[in-house]
Design a protein. Structure first.
Length: 100
C-alpha cells in the first residue's frame, strides 16, 4: 500500500468563492481511478502539544502501489486541480509512506 498525505495552507486572502473552488477541486481528486481510498478534511479540534493544526486542509490518498500513485500524478483531474488551485495556497507539505 502507498499512502500520499498532503497538507495545504491556504492564503488568508482567499475569498469564499476561491475556497469553494478549492474544496470542489480537491474533492474531485477522490474520483481518479488509481485512488483506492481518499479523504479530504480540516484540522480536528484535538489539542495536544504534538498535534499541528496550523494547516487549512488535508488530503489523504491511498493507492495499491507506487505506480498507481505515479499514474495519479499525471491524471488530467490532478493536473487541472494544480493548474486551477495552486494560486490559493501559500504552502503545501506532503508525506508519502509505504506499508511495511
Amino acid at each position: 500500500m502507498f499512502v500520499h498525505h498532503v497538507f495545504f495552507w491556504l492564503k488568508p486572502t482567499c475569498t469564499p468563492t476561491e475556497i469553494q473552488k478549492f474544496e470542489a477541486s480537491v474533492s474531485a481528486l477522490k474520483t481518479i481511478n488509481s485512488v483506492k481510498m481518499a479523504d479530504v478534511g480540516k484540522p480536528a479540534a484535538t489539542n495536544r502539544p504534538v498535534i499541528d493544526t496550523s494547516y487549512s486542509y488535508s488530503l489523504l490518498l491511498v493507492f495499491n502501489t507506487e505506480a498507481d500513485h505515479d499514474t495519479y500524478q499525471v491524471d488530467p483531474i490532478h493536473e487541472k486541480f494544480v493548474a486551477d488551485c495552486s494560486t490559493f495556497w501559500e504552502k503545501v507539505l506532503i508525506y508519502d509512506s509505504e506499508s511495511l
